[in-house]
Design a protein around this ligand. Structure first.
Ligand code: FES
Length: 146
């Protein structure tokens, strides 16, 4: 049911942990399954993401997608990171079962929430970034394909 890449990232998740004094921290949850994701971003003066870590209280698919998402945004500028959608993360993992698609949204939203926090702390506006939801459940209805 899961691809090899999903299993690999689930069993050996990259970038797990936290960053002390992070430039931006974002936390989102999914009220429906009760899972929670927190992302930490370390962003330098050129707006490049130097480091990223995540912590989750989430399912295996949430762990694997977050792990892959952190790999994809590391070393990118904040604007490039903004373009890393859950679809891109799923493609990089060679797909997810349809009932697990919503789990990948947790990673995307947590990154957006961390970017939002960074922008607020630095008094800047990131073009194209909308205020993230703290709960992704509302989005979920459109995404699920039961
Ligand atoms: Fe909740 Fe996967 S079931 S994030």
């Amino acid at each position: 049911m899961y691809t090899e890449k999903v299993m690999d990232h689930f069993q050996n998740p990259r970038n797990v942990g936290e960053i002390e004094g992070a430039s931006g921290v974002g936390t989102v949850g999914n009220a429906k399954c009760g899972d929670i994701m927190r992302m930490y971003l370390d962003i330098d003066e050129n707006q490049v993401i130097q480091d990223v870590k995540f912590k989750t209280f989430g399912c295996g698919a949430a762990v694997a997608t977050s792990s892959m998402a952190t790999e994809l945004v590391k070393g990118k500028t904040i604007y490039e990171a903004l373009k890393v959608t859950n679809k891109a993360v799923m493609e990089a993992l060679d797909g997810l079962p349809p009932v697990k698609v919503h789990c990948s949204l947790l990673a995307e939203e947590a990154i957006h929430a961390a970017l939002w926090d960074y922008a607020e702390k630095h008094g800047i506006k990131i073009e194209g970034l909308e205020k993230p939801k703290s709960d992704i459940h509302e989005d979920e209805e459109e995404e699920e394909e039961y």
